[in-house]
Design a protein. Sequence first.
Lengths: 408, 123
Amino acid sequence: MSTGNRKTVTPPRVTIPIGPQHPALKEPGMFKLTIEGERIVDAEVNIGYNHRGIEKLAESKTHLQVLYLAERICGICSATHNGNYAQAVEMAAEVEIPERAKFIRTLTWELERIHSHILWLGVAFHEVGFDTAFMYSWRDREIVMDMLEDLSGNRVNYSMNTIGGVRRNVSEELRSSLLTRLDKLEERMIYYRDVAIQEKTFWNRVDGVGVLETSVARATGAVGPTARGSNVPVDVRFNDPTQAYVHLRDSGEFEMILSERCDVAGRAIVRVVETIESIKMCRWLLQNLPDGPIRERVRPRVQPNEVLARYEAPRGEVVHYLVTNGTDKPERWKVRAPTHANWVSMRHTLIGNYLADAPIILAAIDPCFSCTDRVTIVDTDDNLIESVPLDIMRVRANKWYRQNGGKF
Amino acid sequence: MSRLGAMEKELLKSIKKKPATVIYPFTKEGLNIPVGLRGRWTYKNPDRCTGCKICERVCPSSAIEMVECGPDDIQTKTGWRPICHFDRCILCAQCVESCPRSVLELSAEFEMAFLSRDDMIIR
């Protein structure tokens, strides 16, 4: 073809659906990316394929039983929901738990943050195709998994918290063994921080990708490392501390990790540095562990009350709204998982980037769909997505109960 | 000299190391089973059971069922004793914690695969 005949062809807009079932997705989610050539020009992100009715189920269980149900909202942040629910019930019952229980509860939370962030780092390495670091970081994640197993008796669903305190004590041998392993873990994490910054395989893929400006992060209500990576100082541990975080903040040794980069690299740096900060927090908690009982007796019937319990989960702020009615069961329980807050900003971060960068941008908020899924109804026949308001939901529920005779 | 990347040293060091994993079904060495593991549901002191049904009431997944004591069983005060439908058990150990007479226990046994649901009823 001669140069005279050459003409510029504008690539047509193509919509690429990813999911709901896709080999690359660990949980069902639907992403419709509209692309022009290799650039993403529009994105639609939908969830709602994994609704499990946990909140409704909780209304038929006692507070003690809901603890174990809450834990199963999310596999990675199980101590988060378990502990935050326990905290919510204690607030509703207006009881103060012993100091030692607060410290152990916070220790479990912080160890969980360490394992969750290392997990994210491994996933991020994997998403950019740097599988060597993925394997190595997950090998070293086993150190903290073993620590949690020794502490609670289980690798994943720790069940450490109960209403009025914690269920297991930390013996003197366990304390010294945890401290030794924390040193090893810190050494490894500093190494991975340096790898993440110095290794071009990783850094060039995340530098300047998926930019979420500070103003947009604020406007879309981002939380957790997503917000802190965009220089928005939101961290419940420092802004509105509960449990032993009050002591941690007052000690003045710890600070909120922020990054001004606003891109995926910023979020990665926040997470890695936060892991090192968490290790220091765990060490502080173990060194200053007070003596005393680990649980307070709380009556099963909780007085009528309405509380909002907040906690900084590894992915961001998690909110448990609980209404109690004087019985041993919750009247209403609502969970706002952090991914729900971060979800809104996702579209903005995707637009303008290359299609090949979509996986790492999606992974950068550390999404957890099943924690988030609440009431969006998706009609699989015509792909209709419908958000159902409360009154229609109630009408449907009543109809269902009438037809099924009010029995499960 | 061209380098393998920032992890070069670590990679070369690992050549000499043993694998981090163990070939589990063939060997159980190096599995590091912790002392307080919450494993298979068992009776610790079956003769101390009074049949108070607290374990059945607290179970979050309705795994525990109270059955009447048979002639061969240890006779409890109320004539009922717990059995566990282990397929429903979520290993939370709330029954162990709530039992006033420490009858139950979650043992260190972690191999809990069965071929039939009937095999999973722990009597």
